[in-house]
Design a binder for this molecule. Structure first.
Ligand SMILES: *[C@@H]1O[C@H](CO)[C@@H](O)[C@H](O)[C@H]1NC(C)=O
Ligand SMILES: *[C@@H]1O[C@H](CO)[C@@H](O)[C@H](O)[C@H]1NC(C)=O
Length: 175
């Protein structure tokens, strides 16, 4: 709680400064298991973007998200219902590259529309709990990268909200 207050103060302070070109922290929606239910959270990764001096990245902003066991590239068909209610098969990073994923929960009306592209990041960690539905309602294929975290260790984060993030993934443009 105290850490959260300190970080909130810091983030509020950021708002009154001239905004940097792009923001220093990555935010993304997460699916979590909470009291036996699957729920949404909006996470802000506590490790800020870095500006590495490596050749090819000198000038870029890099958020290191963690270590992964493997990585897959999947193509979901257009207008697909994604096999109904399911849990995340692993504690994993999911990044939609194209199309749209519509994620809903069985026990309340909170929903997330995740657009493929720069706003397409999701942390799927509800390996237990009631699970979720993911539908792919658009007329295009939804391409998605999935990568399970090594040792089930997701990124350190604070919870900005008990709902999906609004839009952009870089704080403070949206949360
Ligand atoms: C990722 O692996 C490296 C090398 O083993 C380790 O130093 C680092 O702490 C790991 N990062 C996380 C987030 O676990
Ligand atoms: C990748 O990781 C997933 C989840 O841990 C696992 O089910 C799958 O078999 C792995 N694939 C390979 C090729 O190792």
């Amino acid at each position: 709680m105290r850490l959260y207050l300190i970080i909130s103060l810091f983030l509020n302070y950021q708002h009154v400064l001239p905004l940097p070109q792009t923001a220093p922290y990555l935010t993304a929606t997460a699916l979590v298991a909470k009291n036996g239910n699957t729920a949404f959270e909006c996470w802000l990764l506590t490790k800020p973007f870095e500006r590495p001096s490596l050749s090819g990245l000198n000038g870029a902003q890099v958020a290191n998200i963690g270590n992964f066991t493997n990585l897959s590239y999947s193509i979901m068909p257009p207008r697909w219902d994604g096999n109904g209610l399911h849990n995340s098969p692993a504690l994993q990073l999911v990044h939609y590259l194209s199309g749209v994923a519509h994620v809903t929960l069985p026990h309340n009306s909170v929903e997330a529309w995740i657009k493929g592209g720069v706003e397409g990041l999701l942390f799927a960690t509800d390996t237990t709990g009631t699970g979720h539905f993911t539908k792919y309602p658009t007329n295009e294929e939804t391409v998605v990268i999935m990568a399970p975290f090594k040792d089930r260790k997701g990124p350190d984060h604070i919870i900005l909200a008990n709902r999906p993030c609004n839009k952009q993934q870089k704080f403070p443009q949206g949360s």
